[in-house]
Design a protein around this ligand. Structure first.
Ligand code: G1P
Length: 293
């Protein structure tokens, strides 16, 4: 079955990026000149997703504006002969069908996904978290959809993190299958240091069957007093089965300052008009860091 719809939780306060996120949704922080959420939505669209359910909160209206027509701006740019940019803005407004639902209380990621239940309905769907960016030939979420098509089970993306980093993630353990896949038997949200069942961390991409809905609705607050998607997935793994897989491609953690800077450099290096300038800048900066050591 085709995956047609995706949930993108975007209600978070973005406290890690204050003060910029006081008035600007963190989803609009740019990677060079493209908002992070645009990269995530383009990944979904490239994998065949037709409708995005955005779970938003207070102060997030600018995200919807970004994917809407901007007639005055388009007219002004057209009058100035900037036809390429006009075309790009129109492409953005036509990119995907966007529906937004509101998460009225910050009750956790599991609760945010549950807010999309009526908009998604009774079909398998994708979840993409905006802090995790993928640079991949076959879109990361499409790679998970392939696993679901092959196995009939939900699929989640994992990476092997460096020792000592497990406490920042949901961590899984289970039986290894061919092709870097794991049949999930255990899942823990942000395990205390030294207690993680493996180094395989969940990284922001999920394809889930509709059977997750009643499980999510019954999930009680867990880590941090929040309703955790990880806890619902642990139950889904037990009752229906769940596959974790590594993704072919590079993952960027745009959810912290260094990861966000790294993503900016990586995407800038992909742009022919910026590549040489960025390389020169990196050389200049590392020479400067070297001389101040
Ligand atoms: C969320 C999930 C966690 C996952 C992480 C991936 O945590 O709860 O299981 O590993 O995203 O980036 P957050 O980073 O939102 O605290």
């Amino acid at each position: 079955m085709r995956i047609r719809k995706a949930v993108i939780p975007a209600a978070g306060l973005g406290t890690r990026f204050l003060p910029v996120t006081k008035a600007v949704p963190k989803e609009l922080l740019p990677i060079v000149d493209v908002p992070t959420i645009q990269l995530v939505i383009e990944e979904a669209v490239a994998a065949g997703i037709e409708e995005i359910v955005l779970v938003t909160g207070r102060g997030k209206g600018a995200i919807e504006d970004h994917f809407d027509h901007a007639f005055e701006l388009e007219r002004t740019l057209a009058d100035r002969g900037k036809t390429e940019m006009v075309e790009e803005l129109r492409r953005l407004a036509r990119l995907v069908r966007l529906v937004s639902v509101r998460q009225k209380e910050p009750l956790g990621l599991g609760h945010a996904v549950l807010c999309a239940r009526a908009a998604i309905g009774n079909e398998p769907f994708a979840v993409l978290l905006g802090d995790d960016l993928y640079d991949a030939v076959r879109p990361a979420i499409g790679q998970l959809a392939d696993v679901t098509r092959e196995t009939g089970l939900g699929a989640i993306a994992v990476i092997e993190v460096a020792p000592g980093q497990e406490h920042r993630y949901g961590v899984i353990a289970g039986e290894s299958l061919p092709g870097g896949r794991v049949r999930v038997r255990q899942m823990v949200e942000k395990p205390a240091p030294g207690t993680a069942p493996s180094r395989l961390a969940v990284v922001g991409r999920y394809v889930l069957p509709p059977e997750i809905w009643p499980i999510l609705a019954a999930t009680r607050p867990g880590k941090g007093g929040e309703i955790q998607l990880t806890d619902a997935l642990a139950e889904l793994a037990r009752t229906h089965g769940l596959i974790a897989t590594t993704i072919d491609g590079e993952r960027h953690d745009a959810g912290d300052q260094l990861g966000w800077l790294r993503a900016n450099l990586a995407w800038a290096l992909k742009r022919p008009e910026l590549r040489d300038g960025v390389r020169a800048l990196c050389d200049e900066m590392s020479a400067r860091a070297g001389s101040s050591d």
